[in-house]
Design a protein around this ligand. Structure first.
Ligand SMILES: [Zn+2]
Ligand SMILES: [Zn+2]
Length: 168
């Protein structure tokens, strides 16, 4: 019976009380920092106020479960990461659709038929299959048909060369 007596004496001793208090304070701080971290993280990752509130409230009410749940459903990318990814994507796309005019060398979009700066004809629209292709091609690369006004083409090209020479 000595052991039980000792145990009950220990349980009612001030040392045990301190250990319990210390543990409670530690758990309280842990809970508080988890809530703080989750709050900051969810604000970085989502713009949805309802989602933010739900996540924060779950973590306040159900400490461990709330954190595990949040780690499962949290968005993989922060809003800043998303923003830069979009920026990069738009940048790449813009430059993919850009070429330079053969005459004035200014930037033109790849679907332009004429250069808006110097009025140079850039692309031909096939009369047969309606595809657009480079003006310098002799035949449509999609269906092989010749341009209807093909007979005029060599002259036009000579003119181009002449105008280039006179310009310089
Ligand atoms: Zn041009
Ligand atoms: Zn064609």
């Amino acid at each position: 019976m000595d052991f039980i007596d000792q145990s009950t004496a220990f349980l009612s001793s001030p040392i045990f009380e301190w250990i319990i208090k210390g543990a409670l304070i530690y758990l309280g701080l842990l809970w508080f920092s988890v809530v703080l971290w989750v709050t900051r993280d969810v604000i970085n990752r989502s713009n949805n106020v309802l989602f933010q509130t739900m996540v924060i409230l779950t973590n306040i009410a159900l400490p461990v479960f709330g954190l595990v749940l949040y780690m499962i459903i949290r968005p993989t990318k922060t809003l800043t990461e998303k923003y830069y990814e979009e920026l990069e994507y738009n940048f790449l796309n813009e430059h993919e659709h850009e070429e330079s005019c053969g005459r004035c060398e200014k930037k033109v979009k790849s679907d332009f038929l004429f250069c808006p700066h110097c009025e140079e004809k850039l692309k031909e629209v096939c009369w047969s299959c309606k595809h657009t292709y480079l003006d310098e091609y002799a035949v449509c690369p999609y269906c092989g048909k010749k341009e209807k006004s093909a007979t005029r083409k060599p002259q036009a090209e000579q003119k181009k060369k002449q105008s280039k020479k006179t310009k310089k």
